[in-house]
Design a protein around this ligand. Structure first.
Ligand code: FPP
Length: 240
């Protein structure tokens, strides 16, 4: 039975509650969350996970108070500057999914600098989903398809056509982890998570560490992946 875990996606929830529980302002929860990001990147490297995709800012997060958005943007800025060389030294290839055009030019430039710096790395693929929404991703894929193919589109449009233009659809997550106790996708890679194993934990993101990460991996290893079939797809393929 092939249980290799290639791709883990994470909804990092619970920063605000972590701070409020301690009588702190919410922004300190986000700052504490950066430490967990660091810990889990290191843990993914050690565990030789191929791809890690972190949901850092959803297209709906613009609905938060301006102060909180400003703080999150400056944390992203600060973190890129602080960690870009370490990420590169660790052979990590960083990419971003989402509509980064809405960010200010300073942040956009830093994002491009980090992507360019790490583009030839061959270790962990690290994706940050920023200003990302699953519905945006699907609409964007359809628009890109129409823009590129123009009058040459073959109708009906197939799943494969959409797959070809969607972010990360050639490598869908095997395991989604959501911290913070809620059991929902929150518009995160709606298409790509179609057959992903879902792991929910009450642990708040700033408390999430290697031990919690291993619990999620253990959960995944105990699941039976059927992809709509009857048995593990690899066993199935070898039996037909
Ligand atoms: C959700 O917690 C978290 C976010 C909206 C932001 C995620 C940001 C980080 C983990 C820190 C910075 C990350 C990077 C990549 C540098 P919440 O605020 O919704 O928590 P709550 O549900 O307790 O209110």
């Amino acid at each position: 039975m092939n249980k290799k875990i290639n791709h883990i996606s994470i909804i990092m929830d619970g920063n605000g509650r972590w701070a409020v529980e301690r009588g702190l302002v919410r922004s300190l929860g986000h700052r504490a969350g950066i430490k967990s990001v660091q810990t889990i990147i290191d843990a993914a490297l050690v565990r030789q996970i191929d791809t890690l995709t972190l949901f850092a800012f959803s297209s709906e997060n613009w609905n938060r108070p301006n102060d909180e958005i400003t703080i999150l943007m400056s944390l992203f800025n600060e973190s890129i500057t602080k960690y870009m060389h370490e990420l590169n030294k660790n052979n990590i290839k960083v990419e971003f999914i989402g509509d980064i055009e809405r960010f200010n030019s300073t942040l956009r430039e830093k994002i491009h600098k980090l992507i360019t710096l790490t583009q030839n790395n061959t270790g962990l693929n690290l994706n940050f989903a920023v200003n990302y929404g699953g519905k945006w991703d699907i609409a964007n894929a359809v628009n890109s398809l129409i823009r590129e193919k123009g009058h040459n589109i073959n109708y009906p449009i197939t799943e494969k056509d959409i797959d070809d233009y969607l972010t990360l659809s050639n490598n869908p997550p095997d395991l989604l982890i959501r911290t913070g106790g809620d059991h929902r996708l929150s518009n995160f890679m709606l298409w790509q998570h179609a057959y992903t194993e879902l792991y929910f934990t009450d642990c708040l993101w700033p408390n999430f560490n290697e031990v919690e990460f291993d619990k999620a991996i253990k959960y995944f290893l105990n699941t039976t992946r059927k992809f709509g079939g009857l048995v593990n797809i690899d066993d199935y393929k070898s039996n037909v």
